[in-house]
Structure formats: C-alpha cells, structure tokens
Design a protein around this ligand. Structure first.
Ligand SMILES: C=C(O[C@@H]1C=C(C(=O)O)C=C[C@H]1O)C(=O)O
Length: 145
C-alpha cells in the first residue's frame, strides 16, 4: 500500500508473519545509515535521519488517535444495546476482532505480531471503558460499583 515498505524481495519478510523467527543477536556494529530509504510517497522517499523517521511516526500517531477516538465512540454506542453489566464483554466477538486483525494484517503489509498486540490492547481497554459507561448510565451504579 502507499507509503509502506515494499514486500517484494524483502529480506525482512519473515518479520511480518507469526511466529517471529528465533534468531541470534547480531554482533554487527554497522556504519549508519545502513540500507536504503524505503518509504515512498509520491516522488519523495523517506528517510534520511532518525528525526525525519520520528516526524513520520508522529504524523501517523495523530491519525491513529483520531481513528481510536472514532472507534471508542462506536464502543460507547454498543452499550445502548446491552441491558446488564454481565453482557458487556463478549469473548467470542473479542476473539473474532483480534483474529480478523491478525488475518488481514499481511494484506496491508502490517506485521502480524503488531496486529495481535495492538488489537488485544484495544479490546482489553474497550471493555472496562464500556463497563464504566454502563455503570454511570444506571442509577443502580451508585450501589454496585
Ligand atoms: C463493542 C462491543 O463490546 C465489547 C467490545 C468489543 C470491541 O471493542 O470490539 C467487542 C466485543 C465486546 O466485548 C460489542 O459487543 O461489539
């Protein structure tokens, strides 16, 4: 996809699927920067410095925050369809979301290990958030939590 590292002839391909390979620590002390810049956007190719890399990461993180905000709004909305505390967490749906992210990761050149860790963290944070909303939307909350 646009702006991502090419997968063709990529020596790092084994780092994109699970399980990650078990490899020895490299004794190399290389002259930096090594390799060639790999992030192509239009007619520019990043990156020439670690500062430039971090500016790119900061820009992506700002988009992630906005997307996570949109997701949290839907998670909050989901509470409107749940009658009690005990039906807030739906483990089968949690697993479907997590497994789906890991399965779809290669198609967007996302390392599966990152998809698994991030989606687990999102769900593990979404359920307590939902429980808080359910609790505060109920008068009974003040007696039960
Ligand atoms: C949003 C829901 O509530 C919970 C949160 C989920 C999520 O963050 O994706 C998934 C399942 C539920 O445990 C839902 O039931 O769909």
């Amino acid at each position: 996809s646009a702006g991502s590292t090419s997968t063709s002839d990529d020596f790092a391909a084994a780092c994109y699927s699970e399980p990650l390979p078990l490899l020895p620590v490299s004794p190399d002390n290389r002259t930096i920067p090594w390799g060639i810049p790999s992030i192509v956007t239009g007619n520019t190719t990043c990156c020439s410095s670690l500062d430039e890399v971090r500016a790119g990461i900061d820009a992506v993180d700002a988009q992630l925050l906005s997307l996570l905000s949109q997701r949290a709004a839907f998670v909050r909305e989901a509470t409107r369809f749940k009658a009690t505390h005990d039906v807030v967490d739906v483990p089968s749906r949690d697993q479907q979301v997590n497994d789906g992210a890991v399965a779809d990761a290669p198609a967007v050149n996302l390392p599966q290990t990152i998809a698994r860790a991030v989606f687990s963290a999102i769900i593990n944070a979404s359920v307590p958030f939902e429980l808080c909303i359910v609790c505060l939307s109920s008068l009974l909350c003040f007696y039960r939590c």
